[in-house]
Design a protein. Structure first.
Length: 66
């Protein structure tokens, strides 16, 4: 597998983390009533969004591949 294809899959995983984060925020704000579970979902959403940002930063800063 080439380096370019690996970077594509890594960035796709990062987009998946962003999608999971959006779903968790939606559930924590509109669907859940228990404050503890809402906090856990919000915390998980924050962690997934930070991980996605770090991964995208890594992909962008490593530059183009040959």
């Amino acid at each position: 597998m080439s380096a370019s294809l690996m970077k594509m899959w890594i960035s796709l995983g990062s987009m998946g983390f962003m999608f999971i984060s959006i779903v968790l925020v939606y559930f924590s704000r509109f669907k859940l009533q228990n404050r503890v579970i809402k906090f856990i979902f919000s915390l998980l959403a924050f962690i997934f969004m930070v991980l996605a940002g770090i991964i995208i930063f890594f992909v962008v800063m490593t530059g183009p591949t040959d």
